[in-house]
Design a protein around this ligand. Structure first.
Ligand code: GDP
Ligand code: K
Ligand code: MG
Length: 277
């Protein structure tokens, strides 16, 4: 069986640049079903498997039909791992998608891209701390120049890449709902490990999830009886989690003691192997 990995992230964070750096000559280009968005699948270098370049999105909750592609991919396609590309200079905004992907619960790594931009702006990112908080490999990269792509490729081939284990606990009322909703998904083909994610996205009214799970009387009744601002509370819990994750991770030292190019080099050659999780 050929392993398949996918690249996910916000728009304009360097996903396609990284896709090009990681793949060789073979490439399939078509369209995702039902939308006008381009579908790109390439072969990873060193025969490590296939790579899918997914459209950029800030949130799994789609604003347009085109944005349902990502959720539909997560629910319907078979893949072995996710590469979440984030813009190091916009970490807070990028983490909104990251924590939803982590809730999904598949093997995952983070490609911390644009570290040249964040270094130029004078920001220092404590990658070890970020990795400990996220409990997934975080690999600094400059997709434009190809720096760090070798490390990403080797991480893809690392059999120790394990499912993200983010524990995002919501309000007690929401947790009670999740517990009641999850059993209603038992007839689906989607693996049980993703059912909590499904319940949360169902409560957020993600149309791709609603379409996928179909109608169920018990589930609809549970939703109808909700008498508190469930979506706002979920969003608030996510924002709190992001604040918790970022605490002390990004700092702005007065001056860098080493020249910028050396700083970027030392960031990019940072090793994630042996991370303390
Ligand atoms: P996508 O929308 O996520 O697929 O992003 P692209 O790969 O199309 O990149 C968006 C823009 O960012 C392009 O102009 C890239 O050349 C640029 N870019 C990508 N990676 C980097 C990087 O690491 N550093 C810098 N400075 N620019 C980058
Ligand atoms: K782009
Ligand atoms: Mg792109």
């Amino acid at each position: 069986m050929t392993n398949t990995f996918c690249i996910l992230g916000n728009p304009n964070v360097g996903k396609t640049s990284l896709f090009n750096a990681l793949t060789g000559s073979y490439e399939y280009v078509g369209n995702w079903s039902g939308v006008t968005v381009e579908k790109k699948i390439g072969k990873l270098k060193k025969n490590y498997g296939n790579l899918v370049d997914l459209p950029g999105t800030y949130d799994l909750l789609p604003i347009s039909k085109d944005e349902t592609v990502v959720t539909r991919f997560l629910l319907q396609e078979s893949f072995q791992g996710m590469i979440n590309i984030v813009d190091a200079s916009q970490l807070r905004r990028n983490l909104l998608l990251t924590i939803q992907l982590m809730e999904y619960g598949a093997p995952m790594m983070m490609g911390l891209n644009m570290v040249d931009v964040s270094a130029k702006r004078g920001y220092r990112i404590d990658i070890d701390l970020l990795m400990r908080r996220l409990k997934i490999p975080v690999i600094p990269v400059v997709a434009r120049t190809g720096k760090g792509t070798h490390e990403i490729l080797e991480a893809v081939n690392d059999r120790h890449l394990s499912a993200a284990r983010l524990s995002l606990r919501y309000d007690d009322r929401i947790e009670a709902l999740i517990t009641k909703i999850m059993p209603t998904f038992s007839g689906l083909t989607l693996n049980r490990r993703h059912h909590r994610f499904l319940a949360v996205q169902f409560l957020m009214d993600n149309p791709a999830v609603i379409e996928y799970v179909g109608y169920d009387a018990t589930r609809e009744q549970l939703k109808e009886q909700i008498d508190f601002p469930v979506k706002e509370l979920i969003l608030k819990a996510r924002q709190n989690k992001i604040t918790e994750i970022l605490e002390g991770v990004v700092t702005k030292p007065e001056v860098y003691k080493t020249p910028l190019t050396e700083t970027i080099d030392s960031i990019v050659t940072h090793k994630y192997f042996g991370m303390p999780i």
